[in-house]
Design a binder for this molecule. Sequence first.
Ligand SMILES: [Zn+2]
Length: 241
Amino acid sequence: MVRRDDGLVRLGPTTGWVDEPIGAALGAELGIDVPVTVGNVADVAAFAEHARGTAAGCDNVIYLYGDVGVGAGIIAGGRRLTGHGGYSGEVGHMVVVRDGARCECGSRGCWETQIGEHGLLRAAGRSDARGRDALLALFDAADRGDARAQTAVRQAGDWLGFGVANLVNIFSPEMVLFGGTMRDLYLASAAQVRSRLNSMALSACLEHVRLRTPKLGEDAPLIGAAELAFERLLADPLDAG
Ligand SMILES: [Zn+2]
């Protein structure tokens, strides 16, 4: 969770960061007298896809990004939804299971405990494994017919659809993008995601939704970060400082 005004990282559950002044530290390290802009990875990836990727031309977009945790960048009415301070979009911490598994944020039963890396690997009996490669190995095993891996992926896909259906009902997006590990999970469980959407989402909200994977792929966060840095200049070239 990044404070929009000064790039202070209020909370990075998986890194253990609390109130870390990354913007100031980066500025000092770079040794240059220019403003440093810091953004949440899901937010900047959504920005990039909206500016020049799959979601170009769409005014209402949810970009669901998975890494260890899960977050979303949300475009509503053509504008990035930031919430007060810039903290909105923490959809991974939507509680979906009352008194469920402990989440890195300190709460229990958050959505990311079902669809995030740790939850998926745990469900597949691979609790000791970590990282994107471990997750890709799990999807690969499911693809090759490993029954436990298939069950874990199907369950996580069902949870993915469960949460996306709620987001669709709340935001009525034209497009939902699945990036990072959510891309892999979506591609491995599209049938479960669709099934949940069809049973839970309101038809008026669902009928215009397209489910897509990001065009800019792994580069989206970096491209979005560059867009963010240029935003002030492009908005007001004479007063960008
Ligand atoms: Zn949480």
